[in-house]
Design a protein around this ligand. Structure first.
Ligand code: FAD
Length: 493
């Protein structure tokens, strides 16, 4: 006698933000979804600083907005940087402009153990069959497609399950990703190492920015300083590869020495004590984290989140890429399971959008590592092109925030298209008037498109079916259904 093989529409490996998101959005359409997670939640993970599009776009679609609001996570209104040519720190806020001051102009700094558990329990409530302590050991290959996975349960029992789609969301240590084909390409540019730990009693930025991420460049690399509660701070040194020997050997001594190299972080930690017990007691090191897989799917199998790619910790794009790719994958899966689209059409749209989003962050982050430019030139350019009466920093944020948060557009649906057009025009002007100090990102066509797309994701979640109809992002491509859960062929009105 052999246990009959269980059957699902979708089986997801990994219950981080990518896995929970794709599983939930597919289950919400009435499909049978199994999620296998190796650990028992809550579990530790790095990646604590979120972006507004995750909080107000994807998390809202998942139905966890109220739960997140009630969790008491520090509110991140923007970022504060000691970065680039100028010695003084500069701050950007998601809503520094009176125009944009609105309900979605912030994100959260989260303890990932808590955030990820909220998403996983929500998946369960939305109908996903979540099995913790279950490690996926391999995929099952049928005729020309992946047809299921093997996994080991907490008692060591071995199982096979079959599914129309296998989604690998098992993160950077995935054992499955290579089954999709292609290769994992490691970045030549982002080859840093990170050493990080947690402190009690570190200083806070002045209000209203006490919840901001503080990023501080110094000779050997840069520090992140992320407030995770009133008293606990996540502190990490990202050290350039040439300086790798600085984090060899005793981690405690290494971190202290790096902190001593960086006056601003030394000051913020002057009265602080490193946490040495419990989940946050360990000093951890991560390296070789920047890569992308050359294929994101094959028939029956899809990669999302860190299983597919990750760029770099600066600017907090990891959970955004994880949840956004999961949303794109869910739309493709939902469209195929509903028999609206064939697999190749649906997954080509997923891959094209995901690859572009990754590419944009890659390009933008490379330019952000140019330490010899002065941020003032970005602000000045922004004020010039938006021609408004606010300060230069406000103008810069308004330009970015009009798309990344869509505040002004939230008032009426009509404002969405209007703001999008204003933004595109402003970016064009900036690119055209670019001088030597110009930030390269604004010159990029793909960056422009993605910023607009990011705004649309967020607005769609807020406005639901009232949102303006979209254009396809690629010639001959698909558009998002009014509820945001599937793709539709584009039919011009
Ligand atoms: P994960 O969060 O890694 O989840 C994968 C899950 O799969 C895990 O729960 C794991 O237990 C499970 N799993 C693994 N193998 C198996 C298996 N065989 N079977 C079943 N389950 C399995 N991102 C940000 O947004 N903001 C930041 O500030 C930030 N800082 C970072 C700093 C550093 C130094 C690094 C390296 C990354 C940082 N990131 C940050 C990136 C962020 O950590 C990741 O992008 C994010 O966690 C990816 O989510 P995921 O769901 O793809 O994977």
């Amino acid at each position: 006698w052999k246990m009959p093989v269980e059957e699902f529409d979708v089986v997801v490996a990994g219950g981080g933000p990518a896995g929970s998101t794709v599983a939930t959005l597919v289950a919400m359409q009435g499909h049978r979804v199994l999620l296998l997670e190796k650990e028992t939640f809550p579990r530790y993970q790095i990646g604590e600083s979120l972006l507004p599009s995750t909080v107000h776009g994807v998390c809202r679609m998942l139905g966890v907005s109220d739960e997140l609001a009630a969790a008491g996570f520090p509110v991140k209104r923007g970022g504060t940087f000691r970065w680039g040519a100028r010695p003084e720190p500069w701050t950007f806020s998601f809503a520094v402009s009176p125009l944009m001051n609105g309900p979605t102009s912030f994100a959260y700094q989260v303890e990932r153990a808590r955030f990820d558990e909220i998403l996983l329990r929500n998946a369960q409530r939305k109908g996903v069959d979540v099995r913790e302590g279950c490690s996926v050991t391999g995929v099952i290959e049928g005729d020309e497609r992946i047809t299921g996975v093997r996994y080991t349960d907490p008692d060591g029992g071995e199982h096979e399950v079959s599914a129309r789609f296998v989604v690998d969301a098992s993160g950077n240590k995935s054992r499955l990703y290579s089954q999709v084909g292609g290769v994992r390409n490691y970045s030549e540019f982002f080859r840093s190492l990170a050493l990080f730990g947690y402190f009690e009693n570190g200083k806070r930025l002045p209000e209203p920015y006490s919840g901001n991420i503080l990023s501080v460049a110094f000779d050997s690399g840069w520090f992140w300083y992320i407030p995770l509660s009133d008293t606990m701070t996540s502190v990490g040194a990202v050290v350039r590869r040439e300086m790798a020997e600085k984090i060899q050997g005793d981690r405690e001594k290494a971190l202290q020495a790096l902190i001593a190299e960086c006056p601003l972080i030394s000051d913020y930690l002057a009265d602080a004590r490193r946490i040495t017990t419990g989940r946050y007691g360990e000093l951890r090191v991560r390296k070789d984290y920047s890569y992308h897989q050359t294929s994101y799917w094959r028939p029956g199998m899809i990669l999302v989140g860190d299983a597919a790619c990750f760029v770099d910790p600066v600017f907090s794009s990891g959970v955004h890429l994880a949840t956004y790719s999961a949303l794109l994958a869910a739309r493709s899966i939902n469209s195929v399971l509903a028999e609206d689209l064939d697999e190749k059409t649906a997954l080509s749209e997923f891959e094209a959008r995901y690859r572009r989003e990754y590419g944009v962050f890659y390009e933008f982050l490379v330019s952000f590592y140019q330490m010899n430019v002065n941020e003032e030139s970005y602000f000045w350019q922004a004020k010039k092109v938006t021609n408004n009466k606010h300060t230069e920093i406000e103008s810069f944020v308004e330009l970015i925030g009009g798309v990344s948060s869509g505040e002004a557009a939230l008032a009426t649906a009509g404002r969405i298209a209007e703001r999008s057009a204003e933004f595109a025009a402003a970016v064009d002007q900036m690119a055209a008037s670019a001088d030597g100090n110009m930030v390269p990102m604004y010159k990029s066509e793909v960056v422009k498109q993605v910023m607009q797309e990011g705004g649309q994701v967020q607005m769609k979640a807020v406005l639901g079916a009232d949102a303006e109809p979209e254009l396809p992002l690629f010639p001959g491509g698909l558009v998002v259904s009014p509820d945001g859960m599937k793709w539709l062929p584009y039919r011009p009105a």
